[in-house]
Design a protein around this ligand. Sequence first.
Ligand SMILES: Cc1cc2nc3c(=O)[nH]c(=O)nc-3n(C[C@H](O)[C@H](O)[C@H](O)COP(=O)(O)O)c2cc1C
Length: 326
Amino acid sequence: MAIHDVAAAGPQDGADISESAISGAVYANNFSPVPSPTTATGLRTEQLRRRSLGVRPQARIAEDFLVATRYRRGSPAASLSMAHYYTDSGQLMLSLQGKAEVFGWERVGLPSGPRLKSNLGTVIAERRSCRKFTGDPVGLGYIATVLRAAAGVTSYARVSLHSGGETFIQLRATASGGGVYPVTLYFAANQVTGLPRAIYSYDASGDHLWRVGDAAELDRLLASFAAPEDIISLDRAAAVMLVVGEPWKCMRKYGDRGMRYVFLEAGGIAHAVHLAAVGLGIGGVECAGYYDDEANEALGFDGLFEAVLHAIILGHPGEETTTVGG
Ligand SMILES: Cc1cc2nc3c(=O)[nH]c(=O)nc-3n(C[C@H](O)[C@H](O)[C@H](O)COP(=O)(O)O)c2cc1C
């Protein structure tokens, strides 16, 4: 039933049904904005369907994405693409993941950092989004612990090669579809003791940082966030963790479906960042509210082969005024 139909009917059964209450109920029940004149709830009568006929169809990109990335039986292209990863050259490629030479960036060492000692159950129970920060700096050691907890190399797999011999594949703290690790953690060091204000990427393989952007680029990155200062005190945050994806690392193996895995891994890494921060007494909020083009430009990404997928803003917890954000 369309909203205006309900509203026109007036209060029913003596109940005081205002239009805003109805609108609220409709939104809460998955308001479905299909074509504009058919403002409707999940329940669509045949009359409503008929009224929708002839309306210019609109692109449904998000749903098309779900359909286009379904895993279907009997796809030779999918099977062959995946099979390559179980050949010697595929295994050797995986053993070289993250070991590319980097030119033109300054390499920055990481200290050992405090150990995460908090009980996992306690950390899960205590995790809450924190949007107000004191402006006090966070030590580089704390950042190092967070990076390692979310994206650090934690183990190695020994792999026997068909041609004889063996190789080793690095395994990380967060699971990765097929172990191809298409997601990298970057961070904007706004107020981090021991680090100049700049943008850094975490090299998991070498357990060190690369300085990939200067203070001006950091400011451009911070300016790309859409959250108003009274909701998230970004200026007083210590660091903004940036979850960066290179989808083709995964799509090369899994095709378009690989994009799903990139998002899933990004979520896993973001959650690990958040939990590790809580375990260290650092506040944080996941924040997807940034203008993609501006964030990508600040980092020099094209937004396709390399793109900012998510962000987690970290800092010493200040006085909280907001409980639910974007
Ligand atoms: C993918 C994702 C994106 C989010 N984006 C924002 C955001 O842009 N701004 C914000 O204030 N909070 C953001 N949040 C935090 C949610 O608002 C928050 O997790 C939710 O209100 C539940 O509160 P809690 O984290 O304290 O449990 C985001 C959370 C997730 C998982």
